[in-house]
Write a protein of this length. Sequence first.
Length: 208
Amino acid sequence: MEYEFQTPLGIIRCGFYNDSIENSTEKTTYKNGCSESFMTVGHKIEIVSFKIRQPLYNGETVVDTNAWIFRIEKNNDIKEDIETYCLFEKNSDNIEFDIAAGEHLDSIQAENKDWTLHIGTEDGEMLKSRAANNDWLPKRLENKVETYQSITDTRQNGFTTKIPSLNNGEKIHIQYLTAYDKKDNNKVNTWLAVDESIRNLENWIGLT
């Protein structure tokens, strides 16, 4: 299953791989987003699609955003491999990449002379904090993630996340946020746009 977001720099592709055939079971509309749910042999996967709230908390705006939250729940004892991803496919060779991490944030940057784009997700430290509180990440996985260790791999052009083996009834939340704007070396608005917490996103979208 894959979603696409067209930008002036190229296409962002977001989705998941698994080793069974997935079937769409339902679609849900939220206050500021919508979702599609899939049943695999061992999991229910809800993918929430939404635009990031604007103006940003500092009052700035960006040209456009797109973001996805994966809410994955194990529903039986069948073992299954799942990998989510959010990857950027550039449309020319005149694009430069960089790492733009921050507190609780892993982020990559792509830019040319006209545009700047960021893709962001939670870092290992933030995942560890959520696991410690059993907050959409099982507490038993607290020692599996930390500042320099995460279930998410940073690539030059985005992120891939190998979903850890879950027990029946356990849940996990993975988020990928993207934003682009006209290039301005005096602004960090696209970076700020992808730096959002799970609570802020849930409140904005209207998730329960």
